[in-house]
Design a protein around this ligand. Structure first.
Ligand SMILES: [Zn+2]
Length: 225
């Protein structure tokens, strides 16, 4: 399936009336009540990230928040990028470790999406989410840039269904720095993700960025499982 599938999803979205992916209410991609499920950022403690960077999540991975993430990521609801990126942008500047670069630019690095999933789902979903977050930051007078500096090498499997150990090995072995997507040398970055489970993904991403000379100020994720 390639670009044709992507176009097909777009046409479908045009034909169907918009409805909230969280509760089905007609109108917007996400109604105000459902978007409010992403609330005050909470510190998340996970073993693998303990000595990397502070992790914050906006909701528990359950109920409406989980449904919204799944619809966005797995079911082609790309119209959720705006509202979900918006809640990240609203939370980020208020976190104690959050910091732009010396020129005042906020650098966002999306966690990588699987290569196959990126095609099926109409592009890397976290990159799109980071773009919406950057737009939200810019809208509040904070210039922001997306640095797609991480990718997964060929063969990476979806994390779903893997054990904790399999998940860590799966990622650590296949995570790569993408030189085409890196910010200027030494730039402090913020890692964005949709869900943190064991913390293995976030820790591997942070190690890769840090080793390449990009200090990770914090990890901000929509949900925590
Ligand atoms: Zn709703």
């Amino acid at each position: 399936m390639g670009p044709g599938r992507v176009r097909g999803v777009g046409v479908l979205e045009l034909l169907l009336p918009a409805s909230c992916a969280g509760c089905g209410a007609p109108g917007a991609a996400c109604c105000p009540q459902c978007v409010a499920m992403f609330g005050r950022p909470e510190r998340v403690a996970r073993g693998p990230t303990a000595r990397t960077a502070p992790v914050y999540a906006l909701a528990r991975y359950r109920d409406v928040a989980r449904r919204l993430v799944l619809h966005y990521k797995e079911r082609g609801r790309r119209d959720l990028a705006g509202p979900l990126g918006g809640v990240l942008a609203a939370a980020l500047p208020h976190l104690p470790e959050a910091q732009p670069d010396a020129d005042g630019v906020w650098w966002l690095v999306p966690a990588p999406s699987r290569r196959v999933a990126s095609r099926v789902r109409g592009g890397p979903h976290l990159r799109r989410l980071a773009g919406a977050c950057a737009a939200g930051l810019a809208g509040s007078g904070r210039p922001a840039a997306v640095a797609p500096a991480l990718r997964l090498g060929a063969g990476a499997r979806d994390a779903v269904g893997l054990s904790r150990e399999q998940r860590a090995a799966n990622l650590a072995g296949r995570l790569r720095l993408d030189p085409r997507g890196v910010p200027p040398p030494g730039t402090p970055v913020i890692l964005l993700d949709d869900v943190i489970t064991t913390g293995a993904t976030a820790a591997a991403c942070t190690h890769t960025l840090t080793a390449a000379g990009f200090p990770v100020r914090l990890i901000l994720t929509l949900t925590a499982a």
